[in-house]
Design a protein. Structure first.
Length: 583
């Protein structure tokens, strides 16, 4: 990019000289400092500002490279359909069906790779600045800032490894030596890369305070939570199904999950009392939020557009918003998963019959209350507001993507958009780690180490909160909700407990961009998704069939677990990077 700009400037000078040759000599150049930029030397001499720059990259994304990974973690799973005006709207359709995924399709993958490494570059520069000019800060502040930056760098690397398995490790030493183009992606194995990420988070954990005076900064508890997430990922295997699953459990890593989640459990964080409040902007930095990407409206920060969440800009309900583009649509399979019988999930027969609730028309089928906080459905108030009740007109292409809408990533309609022309955006934070997610990680590790009763206690606490989350926001659905707690007999074997934990993660975290990564971690992606493709293509809502494109879908284990290294990255320095197997 820098070279390209220099060439443009050189070309412009050449043309200018050609035009004015009759009037003046080309030897006389005007030496003017560029406007709106800061010299590298000056920037690197301001370490605290360089740390701020690294933080700023957390939310510096766009719908074609959303750092919350909603296309990678949800569209690839049984939770969500792409949505939009059809399968060709954006280039994300291969994520839905897997069978057409290649190194060049979708091309959005290259943007994601590039921008994640831009984020890492900012972190590296900040670390160099702290090392070289850190004497401007007192020693304690300098150590804390270094811990924050290492947390951020590990956060971005976790995403890279989560998507592409083996990636080049570019740190401040590579930056100083300018050896980026000599750094291959296969120098470290998957486990070695994960260990390097763990080392980064441990370094942050060792120096960060439990609380920070400024909102949005990483703290010790966030580092502990991320360490638990890393160890849980590593504990199941390398992600490929032939080396992942219950027979590959690393019990030592599971003990690390228990250790670090205990730090979270005794911290200042806790369950927010009502499930619906978690996804309202006025509660975005509540006790539920351990670490989140901060977004704001223009009224909050006195800028023209605010620090809007552009990653979710496509995901508003059609004709509900001024620019709602109807992407990220819940699947029928997900809706069916919320069915209950005697208050408990219908594990064996939840998908035998297509069902969906109708407002004001209760019947024998009851539902987990979290359905009404997660999925927008015709006849029901949109995000709790009766004046904005959804109808079937609130879907762009019902014959392709059905009538459901996602609720969690949008505010209430009465609150309006942060930006609404020609795109929409909201001041909604992106959760990176929320308390309930971490407690479910703890329950998962407890189950795999045989501590079933404590795991049941956690799962029941999560379900109790869901049970308490009816009266405040979804009273209109009270006669359609039924949820119960698990008895000891539901957790008396590891296999039964594992099933219930995995189900609970799906219900609690539905449409929060991580379902596929859970399926891969458990080693059940291929069996789950290929069964989903068979049934979802027969979806019908009120006589309208949709999702028939799944007839061409197939997930191939041994290949699809990770995404292909983008072709453009392979092309830049031929032979430097090795493609993931199967592609």
């Amino acid at each position: 990019m820098i070279t390209y700009n220099i060439k443009k400037i050189a070309a412009a000078c050449f043309v200018c000289c050609g035009i004015t040759a009759a009037l003046t000599s080309c030897d006389d150049f005007i030496d003017v400092e560029p406007q709106g930029v800061i010299s590298e030397d000056l920037a690197m001499g301001q370490p605290d500002e360089m740390v701020t720059s690294a933080y700023a990259k957390l939310g510096d994304d766009w719908y074609t490279y959303p750092f919350n990974l909603w296309p990678y973690g949800d569209l690839t799973s049984d939770d969500a359909l792409k949505g939009g005006s059809g399968t060709t709207d954006t280039n994300y359709h291969p994520f839905e069906v897997w069978s057409t995924l290649t190194a060049s399709t979708p091309d959005h993958m290259d943007e994601m790779w590039y921008h994640l490494y831009c984020a890492i570059s900012r972190c590296n520069r900040a670390l160099v600045s702290l090392a070289d000019a850190g004497d401007q800060l007192d020693e304690q502040t300098r150590k804390i800032r270094e811990g924050e930056v290492r947390f951020l760098r590990a956060h971005f690397y976790f995403k890279l490894v989560q998507l592409w398995n083996q990636v080049p490790w570019v740190d401040e030493a590579v930056y100083r030596n300018h050896t980026e183009e000599q750094t291959p992606n296969n120098a470290f194995s998957h486990e070695e890369l994960m260990q390097k990420i763990v080392d980064e988070f441990k370094a942050a954990y060792d120096v960060l305070p439990v609380t920070q005076p400024d909102g949005g900064r990483a703290n010790k508890i966030a580092a502990a939570a991320y360490l638990a997430k890393c160890y849980l990922t590593m504990a199941w295997g390398n992600g490929y199904e032939d080396a992942t699953g219950p027979t590959h459990i690393n019990s030592e890593y599971m003990q690390e999950v228990i250790k670090y989640t205990a730090e979270v459990q005794k911290s200042q964080y806790d369950y927010l009392e009502d499930y619906g409040d978690i996804f309202l902007p006025e509660y975005k930095n509540s006790k539920e939020s351990i670490f989140a990407v901060q977004h704001s409206g223009y009224e909050d920060d006195n800028t023209r557009f605010g620090r809007a969440n552009w990653s979710n800009m496509l995901n508003g309900c059609w004709q509900m918003w001024s620019c709602g583009w109807d992407f990220h649509k819940p699947s029928q399979n997900l809706v069916n998963a919320f069915k209950t019988k005697d208050g408990l999930p219908m594990f064996d027969d939840y998908k035998n019959e297509i069902a969906y609730p109708t407002n004001g028309v209760p019947n024998a089928q009851k539902w987990d209350p979290r359905l009404f906080h997660t999925v927008g459905m015709p006849t029901f108030p949109y995000k709790y507001e009766a004046q904005y009740t959804m109808t079937k007109d609130n879907s762009r292409t019902p014959n392709t993507y059905g009538y459901y809408a996602s609720l969690k990533e949008v505010p209430q309609r009465s609150k309006g958009e942060t930006f609404d022309n020609p795109w929409q955006a909201f001041a909604m934070n992106d959760y990176v780690l929320r308390y309930t997610d971490v407690m479910l990680m703890r329950a998962e590790a407890l189950i795999e180490t045989g501590q079933l009763e404590e795991a049941r206690t956690i799962v029941n606490a999560v379900r109790q909160r869901a049970k308490n989350s009816v009266a405040k926001h979804i009273q209109y659905a009270a006669d359609q909700c039924e949820i119960a707690l698990y008895a000891s007999s539901d957790f008396d074997t590891k296999e039964k407990a594992r099933l219930r934990l995995q189900w609970e993660r799906r219900l609690e975290l539905a449409m929060e961009n991580g379902r596929y990564f859970d399926l891969r971690r458990w080693g059940i992606a291929s069996q789950t998704l290929n069964k989903f493709f068979e049934t979802e293509q027969n979806s019908v809502y009120d006589g309208q069939t949709y999702a028939q494109y799944y007839k061409d879908a197939h997930y191939t284990p041994g290949k699809n677990e990770y995404f292909p290294i983008p072709y453009i990255q392979l092309f830049y320095v031929p032979g430097l990077y090795t493609q993931n197997k199967g592609y």
